[in-house]
Design a protein around this ligand. Structure first.
Ligand SMILES: Nc1ncnc2c1ncn2[C@@H]1O[C@H](COP(=O)(O)OP(=O)(O)O)[C@@H](O)[C@H]1O
Ligand SMILES: [Mg+2]
Length: 254
């Protein structure tokens, strides 16, 4: 377990009604690169993200963030400490504009409060204009400035994925957890998004990329962990991890 990792899962387990969904999993995620967590459907990948984010509680093991044991820390405090995520199933306010969806990322305490306070007072307006400048910079970086006032629900899947990503980046996270971010995209869209992920990582963010799509992860991850039935079955730099017979069997068997 390397000391410079921002996130360390140490022998983490989670059971649902006695059945282990995650079983004795140890992984570490360093800043500045993309770490992949891959495995067949039902392997426990989304559960791992929910454990890291404090959405689910561990049944065994511990999680360290920045060297601090955060196993018992609540989700909202972890968000303040620098964790952000995207969801396997896109969660946007589809009636809201692209800009408003990105702006909602600045309000981790009360994302819904953001929407009801759009017409707030002077202090709220000043804060909003600062956030608006940062959001605009994000939109430019993601090539979506021209779509700022479009409703999220009218845009393509690839664009909606980008909105989620911008919303997650709005809080300048130290750790970004991506749950199957290219599901449903073609190879061209995926590799375009992959380049953005690589840039985000290069800016010093630690990224844990959860994926089912093996081709995509081999393009952009520097280290891979492979799970099946909640257990680590292989790990290493991508080619070596994927060549493992246990990995081939887990994928072919699913
Ligand atoms: N809230 C839950 N309650 C009960 N079982 C769950 C819950 N969440 C996940 N599981 C089970 O845990 C296992 C792993 O699920 P999941 O983490 O979603 O896998 P993956 O994301 O790799 O497809 C599955 O068997 C799933 O049915
Ligand atoms: Mg999942």
């Amino acid at each position: 377990m390397s000391n410079d990792s921002i996130l360390v899962l140490d022998d983490v387990g989670r059971r649902f009604g006695g059945v282990p969904a995650v079983d004795g999993l140890s992984i570490s995620v360093p800043p500045g690169t993309i770490t992949g967590l891959i495995g067949p459907n039902g392997a426990g990948k989304t559960t791992v993200i929910n454990l890291i984010m404090g959405i689910l509680k561990l049944t065994s093991g511990r999680i360290l963030f920045n060297g601090r044991d955060v196993s018992e820390v609540e989700a909202v405090d972890l968000a303040h400490a620098g964790m952000a995520r995207t969801f396997q199933n896109i969660r946007l306010v589809m009636q809201g504009t692209v800009l408003d969806n990105v702006l909602s990322g600045f309000h981790i305490d009360r994302p819904s409060g953001f929407w009801s306070n759009l017409l707030g007072g002077r202090a709220a307006r000043a804060e909003r204009s600062a956030h608006r400048a940062e959001a605009t910079a994000l939109l430019e970086r993601f090539g979506m400035a021209h779509l700022a006032e479009h409703r999220a629900g009218t845009l393509s899947y690839g664009h909606q994925r980008r909105i989620e990503m911008m919303r997650a980046l709005a809080m300048k996270p130290k750790l970004l957890l991506l749950d199957e971010p290219v599901a449903g995209m073609n190879d061209a869209e995926a590799s375009e998004l992959g380049q953005i992920f690589s840039q985000v990582a290069a800016s010093g963010v630690a990224i844990l990329l959860v994926e089912h799509n093996m081709r995509f992860v081999t393009q952009i991850c520097s280290h891979l962990y492979v799970v099946a039935s909640g257990r680590l079955i292989a790990q290493g730099p991508h080619q070596s991890a994927l060549a493992d017979p246990a990995v081939i069997e887990a994928y072919l068997g699913s």
